[in-house]
Design a protein around this ligand. Sequence first.
Ligand code: GDP
Ligand code: MG
Length: 183
Amino acid sequence: MGEQGVGGGEEYLFKIVVIGDSAVGKSNLLSRFARDEFDHNSKATIGVEFQTQVVEIDGKEVKAQVWDTAGQERFRAVTSAYYRGAVGALVVYDITRKSTFDSIVKWLDELKIHCDTTVARMLVGNKSDLENIREVTVEDGKNLAEQEGLFFIETSALNSSNVNSAFEIVIREIYKNVSRKIL
Ligand code: GDP
Ligand code: MG
């Protein structure tokens, strides 16, 4: 397994990055997944590098190490160190802000520069609880995902909808890729 090294008895360690424009809900998706918490105060989380969560796939303990841009994205200064070694990515927009959806292509380009092509990618339309002020349709999301070969899901970090699924689908895909490599 080499660098997918083992920590506390888990058999796999996967680095997953969460990217997307500022304020789309990246940090809250992460804290919902890792700690089942939501932060209403939106203080830009500076300094927190990653959080980990163990999930079970096919009876195996898989540790997801999920990285947060921690505000770097506001200055378009997400470093190559952030991406290094990532095997999965959640590329997030806010369904109530079309501009964040239009930025997805830019984030995908950045991912292509820094990560190898096998990185498992999930397009995430967050804030699905705000249906009444939606600016991006489900169809828009689906179409882009299909075009770019991404998984697609809409989530709400606020009410927990689909958050675990978003991460788990990516983790399963990574697991599949790794198993294939071993065989
Ligand atoms: P980041 O900059 O992408 O890390 O975004 P944050 O996680 O800091 O969230 C930005 C703002 O959106 C905060 O005010 C959050 O409370 C809010 N937010 C995040 N996720 C959701 C969600 O699913 N629904 C709603 N209604 N608000 C959210
Ligand atoms: Mg953040």
